[in-house]
Write a protein that binds this ligand. Sequence first.
Ligand SMILES: Cc1ncc(C[n+]2csc(CCOP(=O)(O)OP(=O)(O)O)c2C)c(N)n1
Length: 426
Amino acid sequence: MGAIAFPTPGVVHLNFPFRDPLAPTPQANTETLQAFDWQDFFAFISPSSIPLASLPIPQAWQSCQRGIIVAGIAHSYAPKAYCQAIATLSQSLQYPVLAEALSPLRNYADLNPYLISTYDLILRNEKLAQQLAPEIVIQLGELPTSKELRTWLETIQPHRWIVDSSAENFDSLHGKSIHLRISVEQLESSFNCPLNPKDNSYLQQWCDEDLRVRQNINRTMQSIDGLLESKVAWLLSQMLPPHTSIFIANSMSVRNLEFFWLPGNSGITPYFNRGANGIDGTLSTALGIAYRHRSSILLTGDLALLHDTNGFLIQQNFSGHLTIILINNNGGGIFEMLPIAQFEPPFEEFFATPQNLDFVKLCQTYNVEHKLISSWEQLKQLLNPLPETGIRVLEIKCDRKADSRWLQENLKQFSMFLGKNDFGND
Ligand SMILES: Cc1ncc(C[n+]2csc(CCOP(=O)(O)OP(=O)(O)O)c2C)c(N)n1
């Protein structure tokens, strides 16, 4: 194992094909390596960066009254500074910030008065989607998960600036976009003088709608007593201890967070593995995050957990604490949201793939604590405070078909102009 610092800091695994296990016996011909000057060897590698002076703020940003910032999937090593930089950009330009839950932004909400967390739900209201069409979009990093947002941007075709210091192409929409290869923190320093005041009715409408939708979400979630998969994300956003690390598995967990994770000031850091949206390695990654770290959470579905159960073998040598919140809906809930769900057979056998497994027995095999959750109150009590050591599974048994039906029936309702009690619940 080793670590690299550039271009993306992280761990690297080096494979050396030895014939036999390498015994620590002295080898005369490798002794020179001990005198090897690593610093000198790597000194010529330095991260490239654009000199700030060469990047004036695009004039179009300053004059535009219908601009938005889309803060996508991001993991920052200095989350507060990252959120502060976005807040400065937003306040200087008077642009709302559409903030994905897989970024620290929603958890530093006080820094950012124009934070919009319910964009996916707002955009399901066609009238609002039209009224709120932007002319300019500043996209930070990768786009959020929301298909609704992506389709909306594709239809409107606003001018998009993609701000990210990496060399990657984050324009998954292949639209009219300009890449600024700079970090948002670097960009922040360009905003040291106040910009001209402008008509902010567009910004205000975003904020008003977001507040209204959030209130609808809260009212609905509060009224739900039965165990509903989507309510877990809403609850966690409000009651985890400050600065908890949470790893969010693909697939419905990520989506429920994007829909329902409320903004707050917990300073919570979300971890995730997007890209190919893999469900492999989920448990081991979460254990790696929790190892010798503060008490952490993994939010996962049953299939993602099952994919990597041998990760539990670390149990004997594990130091730290991981609580695994297992949404056991017996199969892949994500596929219930897709057109393929209408085709039975082969849907259950080849797509949902229920495993009908007893997680009590599985946990016993690995000597991992298991608790079956039967009420929201019980879950709340088990999550704050979190234990300091050990690995445990809190299993929430959910009804895959009923919960996905609830989502499909309700997602659109949150942004409709409805009064109390107009939502279906379980
Ligand atoms: C390694 C790998 N295998 C298969 C998939 C396809 N896949 C994506 S989501 C998913 C089901 C996940 O089910 P579960 O963990 O129970 O979560 P839920 O969909 O219910 O939230 C599968 C099989 C994948 N993304 N990665």
